[in-house]
Ligand binder design. Structure first.
Ligand code: NAP
Length: 764
């Protein structure tokens, strides 16, 4: 057992105890400082109360070795006795105990680019709230304020362990940040801005229906607000000489700590760690709580997504294992601090054991050459970086972004085939990689092009002042770190294990072919054209027309048809309902009896030859599983008679007729896009079907709205827009091909004749 408590009989208030560093501090206190009591600030999240979140912490891997050592019951007993929750957040800390000896303020947002108001609220407002609450409690604790080594902003050379020298008025900046959201929200609601969003949404999603378009436009407005607030933060930070809004707000938090605490006569230590990564020794080598600062970059490299990077090969990448930070924090907390005085500690490696960026690169490269990450097509080969300099990387990146955008536009204009979808996949993958590369380039630029060295004289002196046993058991001597050893044997295996664990999503294809559960409260909805039938309204019309048109009308009708094609094409691009309505006018004058005869004869047989066998097989599988199978189509009931035996129900449109002759007008609006969604909701509600567990099969972007209502949507032979959505949402994507064979039967009943239900408004 480690027995070298440097903190004895202390009551410690910890913020950020659910975070990476906070968990490790809590574990160390419980494990190695048996006389301490810890009050932890925790906020409730979702349905979990603060109390539950705190007790759930014990299940985290960080505590596993301690639990193994003392036994589960004893660990639970100690946790219940020594750890108390303070239910609150940084904006509402609540009442603190009056007997605090030490405060460790670790809570923070650590994202580099949050919206400006969120960054200020958490990091600056949060510090304000914590110091206010300590003052109100009547306690006079020694505060260890956890900051970051990068708090000094963009600069070169050695950075001392001292108070920052800037003269920026943090209160004024905080006030400006707080009002930013209201200003941006106001801007986003101006008619010109809304018109732009609506026009974009209509152009991209017009076929999905008016409510969906409004939804897309509103989501785009909210995204715009967020991006603008992120931009406010990033640009304001840069304009004041900081890398990003994270380091800017951490700098202001230090000011708040100095003004509200040390300058008010209390004891303050500011701990500034550099980039914190997995532990070297404690609680076990390689402990990490999710991906940390440098890890997304490491993994993106291992996945082959970073062809080059604008880092300076000789800049220092300042990494520090988390156990060193924890040990330093506790040693700082235990030091004899003086009132009215703030002392600063860099917990960093750059000065005493520097790791140049090119050495880090060589390490990462060697690791992934030796242990490549797998992909669907084999092991990923990692790129070789040449460090051509920031400007050349930027130029190459901009050129590739331009090429990817052009390729994407081109593909969107091509007819949809499995091959164009493959092309889109390749371009989208490349584009995603470029977006990531751009984000990384911007986010990490300051960290990998930096020429800063953090002086660590205070931290080293503190380490040397510790008893030998503490130095050994709870030390933070960075000169002992062998970087090659640390990366190859500890850190990279830890983060790649996480990647492999996260990557275990079953492939869409595997999910699609999974056996269907037997239940009678679900529906399987099939669209007709493009999904069950390799045909469309135009082809059907032409076939029926060619079988029935009198000779003398052929030339006239063909000329008229060619003349109207552009009109149909435009209508189809705008709105599926408009297209159906416009196109079906061509049936004016057709005799119902004649159509019925054709459908029973040659037309019907030709239609069934175009039916997709895999679709009919899927229908049978759903029937065998007890699901209600429904074919829903925008076309008219007369045409779909051949499908009647295959489905439990067919919902189709109807055309108005007079004296047995079609007038060319639909009896109801076509049951497509949102109208189909509305019908489906009503149908499920009236008949007691569970949409969450139901199935849907559609091929067009116009099917998006109703497919979204179902728990198991599949995009069948999708057009590019639906395909893109399906990929984003991890829906099944199915390629059902045409074949002349009759549909294979799976199990269960032979198809039997079912009634056709009429379209819109008929939901029972
Ligand atoms: N990670 C690094 O590489 C690094 C490097 C240098 C310095 N630091 C500093 O080290 C400290 C800890 O970082 P970390 O990596 O442990 O971060 P983390 O894993 O993201 O944890 C952040 C902690 O802050 C809490 N928190 C955030 N906003 C809060 C709010 N409004 N009210 C109450 N609690 C809130 C979170 O609580 P919830 O669980 O409720 O969200 C969580 O416990 C930070 O001060 C950071 O600036 C970190």
């Amino acid at each position: 057992m480690t027995t070298a408590p440097i903190l004895t009989n202390q009551h410690i208030f910890l913020t950020g105890g659910t975070g990476f560093v906070g968990q490790a501090i809590l574990e160390r206190l419980l494990n190695s400082h048996p006389d301490t009591r810890i009050s932890v600030l925790v906020r409730g999240k979702g349905s979990q109360s603060a109390e539950v979140r705190l007790s759930n912490l014990l299940r985290k891997p960080v505590f596993s070795r301690w639990i193994e050592r003392v036994g589960e019951d004893e660990a639970k007993r100690q946790f219940a006795e020594r750890v108390k929750v303070i239910d609150g957040s940084l904006s509402n800390v609540g009442t603190l105990p009056s007997d605090l000896d030490v405060v460790i303020h670790s809570a923070s947002t650590v994202s580099f680019d949050p919206p400006i108001d969120e960054a200020f609220d958490t990091n600056v407002g949060g510090a304000h709230g914590v110091y206010g609450a300590i003052l109100a409690s009547g306690s006079d604790p020694h505060v260890v304020h956890i900051s970051t080594a990068y708090v000094g902003g963009i600069r070169k050379g050695i950075v001392p362990e001292a108070s920052l020298t800037h003269t920026v008025d943090w209160r004024a900046e905080y006030e400006a940040a707080k009002t930013a959201r209201a200003r941006v929200e106001f801007e986003s609601r101006q008619p010109e801005a809304l018109r732009r969003q609506l026009a974009k949404a209509r152009a991209r999603h017009g076929k999905t229906g008016p409510q969906a378009v409004a939804g897309f436009a509103e989501a785009a407005r909210a995204d715009w607000v967020r991006e603008r607030l992120v931009d406010y933060g990033r640009t304001r930070a840069e304009s004041l000489g900081w890398t990003d809004v994270y380091t800017l707000t951490k700098a202001f938090a230090e000011r708040a700590a100095e003004e509200l605490w040390s300058q008010a006569g209390h004891r303050l230590s500011v701990l500034r760690p550099s980039i914190i990564e997995s532990s070297l020794h404690h609680p076990f080598p390689g402990w990490i709580d999710g991906f940390k600062v440098a890890d997304p970059l490491i993994i993106a490299y291992g996945r082959g997504q970073l062809p080059d990077f604008p880092g300076l090969p000789d800049s220092i990448l300042d990494v520090i294992p988390v156990d060193f930070v924890v040990n330093a924090a506790l040693a700082v907390a235990a030091r004899k601090a003086k009132p009215n005085e703030a002392k600063y500690f860099h917990v960093s490696s750059g000065k005493s054991n520097p790791l140049p960026f090119h050495r880090m690169y060589e390490n990462v490269n060697a690791y992934f050459v030796e242990n490549p990450l797998p992909s669907e097509t084999g092991d990923i080969v990692v790129p070789t970086w040449r460090f051509p300099g920031g400007q050349r990387v930027e130029k190459a990146l901009a050129k590739r972004e331009h090429q990817a955008a052009r390729a994407e536009k081109l593909i969107e204009r091509l007819p949809t085939t499995p091959r164009t979808r493959d092309w889109l996949d390749t371009v989208s993958k490349g584009k995603h990689g470029l977006i990531q590369l751009r984000a990384f380039t911007e986010l990490y630029r300051a960290y990998v092009q930096t020429e800063i060295i953090f002086d660590d004289t205070n931290t080293r002196a503190l380490f040397l002042s510790l008893p030998k046993k503490v130095q050994k058991d709870e030390g933070f001597d960075v000169t002992e770190i062998d970087w090659e050893d640390y990366f190859q044997k500890v850190h990279f295996p830890a983060v790649t294990t996480l990647t492999r664990a996260f990557g275990k999503r079953p492939a869409a294809k595997a999910r699609a072919t999974k056996a269907l559960p037997h239940r009678t409260d679900v529906v399987a909805i099939f669209d007709l054209e493009g999904t069950v039938l390799d045909s469309n309204l135009v082809k059907q019309y032409l076939q029926l027309w060619s079988n029935t048109v009198p000779r003398k009308k052929v030339v006239h009708d063909l000329a008229n048809f060619s003349f109207s094609l552009r009109k149909y094409w435009r209508a189809e691009r705008r709105d599926r309902g408009e297209f159906i309505r416009t196109f079906m006018r061509r049936y004016k004058g057709f005799k119902v009896a004649e159509i019925e005869q054709e459908v029973r004869g040659g037309f019907g047989r030709a239609m069934m030859r175009r039916a997709l066998p895999e679709a009919l097989q899927r229908v049978q599988e759903h029937r065998a599983a007890g699901h209600r199978t429904i074919l829903v189509t925008g076309t008219i009931d007369l045409m779909v008679e051949p499908f009647v035996p295959y489905f439990d129900e067919i919902v189709a449109g109807r055309m108005h007729e007079r004296d047995g002759v079609l007038t060319g007008f639909l009896a109801d609006p076509p049951l497509v896009d949102e109208a189909r969604g509305a019908w489906l909701r009503l149908y499920a509600a009236r008949n007691g079907f569970d949409l969450e567990n139901s199935y849907g099969y559609g091929d067009s972007h116009a099917d998006l709205v109703w497919l979204q209502l179902l728990g198991n949507p599949s995009a069948v032979n999708p057009d590019i827009a639906l395909y893109r959505h399906a990929r984003e949402k991890h829906w099944n994507v199915l390629d059902w091909k045409r074949g002349a064979k009759p549909s294979p039967r799976v199990t269960g009943s032979e198809p039997e004749k079912q009634p056709i239900t009429e379209g819109a408004g008929k939901a029972s």
